[in-house]
Ligand binder design. Structure first.
Ligand SMILES: CC(C)(COP(=O)(O)OP(=O)(O)OC[C@H]1O[C@@H](n2cnc3c(N)ncnc32)[C@H](O)[C@@H]1OP(=O)(O)O)[C@@H](O)C(=O)NCCC(=O)NCCS
Length: 149
């Protein structure tokens, strides 16, 4: 198994993995997220690849101050064998080699159980409240109309 930066060609398989891992939402196009991340110089999607199959991903990027991880997912068939940890460690290395001293991530309220996983890896609550606002009113309305958010 190799962990390496994915290319635009992997957009579809990554989006499928994210969807089956419960990480996608109806108001957001994961393929567009993927393509933007792999085309920017301050971001990447690292993938765990076995025989050309993508079995794990983590999106990583920075804005010059902090590194951020998104879309950490391991295919159900490969969970529980240390791959999630390896992906986080690779993302940490990606951030560190760019001179950024800290890496952060957000956990959705309904996925609170995954906090135990990050705790095992040394992550702790930063005491930060995350606020956000859609700049596109249509997206805001779609989110409000979607029961499972
Ligand atoms: C979270 C996820 C990436 C973990 O991947 P994984 O490959 O199964 O995790 P690992 O095998 O590397 O586990 C690393 C450690 O965390 C522990 N761990 C993993 N999942 C855990 C959980 N849900 N609760 C408590 N501990 C957990 C493991 O026991 C292991 O502990 P150890 O180091 O003492 O042996 C995977 O379950 C997943 O893809 N979930 C769905 C997507 C998701 O929720 N992503 C996070 C979005 S914020």
């Amino acid at each position: 198994m190799q962990i390496l930066p994915l290319s635009p060609d992997h957009a579809e398989v990554a989006a499928r993995l994210w969807s089956e891992s419960g990480l996608t939402r109806p108001w957001n196009d994961p393929r567009a997220d993927f393509r933007m991340a792999v085309s920017g110089s301050a971001s990447a999607v690292l993938g765990a690849v076995v025989d050309d199959a993508v079995v794990g991903t983590v999106m990583v990027g920075h804005e010059g101050h902090r590194g951020w991880m998104y879309y950490l997912a391991v295919a159900p068939s490969h969970r529980g064998s240390g791959l999630g940890r390896r992906l986080v460690e690779e993302a940490e290395r990606w951030v560190e080699t760019r001179g950024i001293p800290k890496v952060m991530l957000m956990i959705r309220a309904e996925n609170e159980a995954v906090a135990r996983f990050y705790e095992r890896l040394g992550y702790v609550d930063q005491g930060v409240q995350v606020l956000g606002r859609f700049l596109d009113e249509d997206l805001q309305r779609l989110r409000e109309d979607t029961p499972d958010r």
